[in-house]
Ligand binder design. Structure first.
Ligand code: NAP
Length: 170
């Protein structure tokens, strides 16, 4: 399993249940990675998507203990009401094909199980209220790739890859 996220220079990822930046090149990068794959998200992230609808062209699994299976079926996402349920669903689709796409709570829970983190670093302070773990401070995470800087909608961004040297089994 992998995770994908855009962080500011304090590892901030969002505020007011919104992304910090509107970035076109980063959005393309996100789509290229996740197209045709399974995406795992928390309920707030589903709500933050346009019209609260799942992402097209991907299998969307939403972790939400109070969720309603009928609502999920109607909107076209798969509901997991517990981590056990999520684990069973992931076994069906194969961990390798799954990306954890947020938000803060979901990232925190799933990070130890991810083998790879695909991080877009935005050189700015987005005044975030929710954060991703600072991987540069975690012993088991190593940065293995940093792209050249890319200009994206007025921001300088870098595409990075981190590897987990000791991922847990989910
Ligand atoms: N920068 C990025 O790349 C990026 C990507 C995605 C999202 N974001 C941002 O992240 C923010 C949202 O983060 P968030 O933490 O509020 O939302 P979240 O993780 O999307 O959703 C939280 C909700 O999902 C359920 N959930 C998540 N993890 C769970 C767990 N381990 N066990 C049980 N239930 C779990 C909980 O439901 P219950 O309330 O029922 O417990 C919880 O309320 C927004 O600002 C969004 O824009 C940023």
């Amino acid at each position: 399993m992998k995770t994908i996220v855009a962080v500011d220079n304090k590892w901030g990822i969002g505020k007011n249940n919104k992304l910090l930046f509107d970035l076109k090149a980063d959005m393309r990068h996100f789509v290229e990675h996740t197209r045709g794959k399974t995406v795992l998200m928390g309920y707030n992230t589903l709500l933050s998507l346009p019209n609260g609808m799942p992402l097209k062209g991907r299998k969307n699994i939403v972790l939400y203990p109070d969720g309603d299976y009928n609502d999920a079926a109607q909107k076209g996402y798969i509901l997991a009401r517990s981590l056990d349920e999520l684990s069973a669903l992931l076994k069906e689709c194969g961990n390798d094909e799954a990306y954890v796409i947020g938000g803060a709570m979901m990232y925190k829970t799933m990070l130890p199980y991810c083998e790879e983190a695909i991080i877009t670093k935005v050189d700015a302070d987005g005044e975030a209220t929710v954060f991703f773990d600072d991987l540069d401070k975690l012993d088991n995470w190593q940065c293995v790739k940093i792209s050249e800087p890319v200009e994206d909608c007025g921001y300088t961004i870098r595409f990075c890859v981190y590897k987990n040297t000791n991922p847990l089994q989910f």
